[in-house]
Write a protein that binds this ligand. Structure first.
Ligand code: IYR
Length: 224
């Protein structure tokens, strides 16, 4: 490697192979219980839990360590109401034509429609923004790299962290999403990436049968 500043890896933990096998299986069994939920309870979730989950997301691997993301954690009822109004407005256009027949057919087994009550009822909405320009230090405006990949991985970490904390989530991508920039007062060089809804499931929450149908290892993986 080329000359650069570094310090020894001092927090790696090695497990014996049997423990690795057990951990890999128990992680799978746990993450397998993650479901996208569309019926949320309005039960409060302490801010400190959301803070820890966002800190976890911020450790994701990313291009040149520029960490090209910003998370807006929305708890305010007033702001949630604005998000719901705007999202439903856009979704109405989507479901009444803009989506096209094939897309609407693909969504039929999920039962989704333009109504998004959880945007107001869930305790937290986390709007995730990607940054085209930035750098390691605040205020820098360097080029960022692999922005979509980086923000996608961080979003995966966040979903995982929220699940691990005992919360349920929904990834929501209203189309278009530009209204989120305005409501969250984010600068022009940031793009809304995704809206995550997080909270407790409603007592009567359901999982669509369609969503339980996961491809087998043989279907998703080839070993060479
Ligand atoms: N954004 C819309 C539509 C939608 C699209 C896909 I692809 C989904 O997997 C689910 C929903 C909505 O949230 O209703």
């Amino acid at each position: 490697m080329k000359e650069h500043n570094s310090t020894p890896l001092n927090d790696y933990v090695e497990y014996p192979p049997e423990e690795m096998l057990q951990r890999s299986e128990s992680f799978y069994l746990d993450i397998k219980r993650r479901h996208s939920i569309r019926q949320f309870s309005d039960r409060a979730v302490p801010k400190a839990i959301i803070e820890n989950c966002i800190k976890a997301a911020g450790t994701a691997p990313n291009g040149a360590n520029h960490q090209p993301w910003h998370f807006v954690a929305i708890h305010s009822s007033e702001v949630k109401k604005q998000v719901r109004e705007q999202a439903e407005l856009h979704e109405q256009g989507f479901y009444s034509g803009r989506a096209g027949e094939e897309w609407l057919e693909a969504l039929q087994p999920l039962g989704t429609d333009a109504q998004k009550p959880y945007l107001e009822h869930a305790p937290w909405l986390i709007a995730i923004f990607s940054q085209k320009k930035g750098g390691v230090n605040p205020g820098e405006k360097h080029q960022n790299y692999y922005v979509h990949e980086s923000v996608g991985i961080a979003t995966g970490f966040l979903i995982n962290a929220l699940h691990n904390a005992g919360l349920v989530t929904l990834t929501h991508t209203p189309k278009p999403m530009s209204f989120l920039s305005k409501i969250c007062k984010r600068p022009d060089d940031e793009r809304p990436y995704m809206l995550l809804i997080a909270g407790y499931p409603d007592d009567n929450a359901t999982v669509p049968d369609h969503a339980r149908n996961k491809k087998s290892l043989d279907e998703i993986c080839t070993f060479l």
